[in-house]
Design a protein around this ligand. Structure first.
Ligand SMILES: Nc1ncnc2c1ncn2[C@@H]1O[C@H](COP(=O)(O)OP(=O)(O)OP(=O)(O)O)[C@@H](O)[C@H]1O
Length: 253
């Protein structure tokens, strides 16, 4: 979490970002900033534009308006090793005949061309697997994992390049409670290293205490921004006990 208000330039900045998909405008002018070491949750009802926003932020869907990563306009940004992206699981999980280690290692390939992975890469892969509690499953086929474990593999893959910005699309979706806790711990570790995080969530769940700000979208626009105090209230709600059920944001319609 950010310690002090900072005047440093944001790690990610969207200014009046618009995007159209299938001939329909789905982002109608999104303003959003993520500061260094800040954790920002993107919330909103189904179809409000959360995934499209994060996909636009990492250059996966064409968008117009002001979009900068590390103060560089997206169209000129090349330093993708500074960004770890965890897509929605359904778009990334389909029948991969590879081991856990292979999938996580692919996170080290960005920008390497055909150079083989070295000792430093292997150590980074092992560290990432330890962070998500799957070091002992490195040699297993990913198909043998549960949904929650699979999600942890995708997060480890994003962590292997030791990113300064982590962008995650619904990392808790379909994830069992144990995996949610492991993910919260891994995220806490990243935040302690001043990594910035933008994540799409439906429920804050065990991540609530880590979140500095939530940005709520509605119909392709920012409807409101909530700060730490409000989020803390939600995290302290009697129903927010992670042992019983995830924190309800009340944003699902
Ligand atoms: N490839 C596509 N082609 C056409 N329309 C799309 C496409 N992808 C998304 N959309 C539409 O864009 C709108 C925003 O979708 P998006 O996935 O960004 O919303 P979301 O807030 O992430 O929703 P959810 O919570 O259901 O994941 C929706 O109306 C969706 O149907």
């Amino acid at each position: 979490m950010a310690d002090e208000p900072t005047t440093a330039p944001p790690v990610l900045s969207l200014r009046g970002v618009t995007a159209s998909l299938g001939g329909r405008q789905v982002l109608r002018g999104i303003d959003l900033e993520v500061a260094r070491g800040e954790v920002v949750a993107l919330l909103g009802s189904n179809g409000s534009g959360k995934s499209t926003t994060v996909r636009a932020a990492v250059g996966q869907v064409p968008a117009d308006g002001g979009l900068e990563l590390f103060s560089t306009p997206l169209r000129r940004f090349r330093d993708w090793r500074r960004v770890g992206y965890v897509p929605q699981r359904s778009t990334a999980a389909a029948g991969v005949p590879a081991t856990v280690r292979e999938v996580v290692s692919s996170g080290r390939l960005a920008g390497r061309w055909l150079r083989p992975l070295g000792r430093g890469d292997r150590a980074a892969v092992h560290r990432a697997l330890e962070l998500v509690g799957l070091a002992d499953r490195a040699g297993d086929p990913v198909e043998a994992l549960s949904g929650g474990q699979h999600q942890r593999v995708l997060i480890a893959r994003a962590l292997t390049c030791e990113p300064e910005l982590l962008v995650m699309d619904e990392p808790l979706a379909g994830v069992d409670l144990l995996s949610q806790r492991v993910l919260a711990e891994a995220l806490r570790d990243q935040v302690a290293r001043q990594v910035s995080v933008l994540l799409v969530l439906h429920e804050l769940g065990p991540l609530a205490p880590l979140i500095d700000r939530s940005v709520v979208l509605h119909d392709g626009r920012v409807e409101r921004v909530d700060g730490t105090v409000h989020l803390h209230d939600q995290a302290c709600h009697p129903h927010a006990d992670a042992d019983t059920e995830p924190t309800r944001t009340g944003l699902l319609t």
